[in-house]
Unconditional design. Sequence first.
Length: 268
Amino acid sequence: MDPPPGLCCNRAMPDAKPPAAGGADAAAPAAPAFSPLYQQIQALLTRSLTLGEWKPGEALPSEPELAQRFKVSQGTVRKALDALAAAGVLVRRQGRGTFVATHAEAQVQYRFLRLMPDQGVREAMRRRFLDCRRQRAPAEVARALGLGGGDSVLQIRRLLLAGEAPVVLDDIWLPARLFKGLTAERLAAYRGPMYGLFEAEFGVQMIRADEKIRAVAARADEAALLGVAEGSPLLLVERLSFTYGGRPVELRRGLYHTASHYYRNELN
């Protein structure tokens, strides 16, 4: 069955030694290397998600319907859907179908936050927003978010509290053009997770993130907000979050106070 029209991912070909003069391969062009068919269907599904064909929480068409749409086998569609589900973009529900993942769901909303309490189970942390301002993107932030030198960002500062104890101090930068009208009051009034607000009101979905972690000593202003002594050890977690197509849409630097918490990561 012929593949549908769409995206084909070419791989960079390694450098090769030039053929000997007069050799049989002297004029032979390099053969293109194409991605497997299921990956092409995965790319087409991702493009439809990017264009908003299916919103967070909505069901996708059935596997037979998608197979007919793309003119491929149902097994190829299933493999593409499984790959997107493994990446956290979709959610498979037994007997109900395949749905677009949303951070509003309990099992999804904390998948980027790996901080766990030493005792008991993790419960929702309280948020306290300290600042939300629009400013020209600092050079380092602009580079991380792929912005121009004159572009604006929204900078948000907030605390996450376990009970009454501050645990995380977050500094967050967002491209201002994607989040027009976002204010500290609007953030504080929203009852669900912040990524759920980004999905519901701004159409921006965080589907994956890269993190860098290092140990740092608390500076005076940070120590005061976290209720620790200046110079206390903290974990600095720098997270760059991406939406569809690998586009960065959030830079976050969190200072984690781990006296009663630990950072958990599952390795598969």
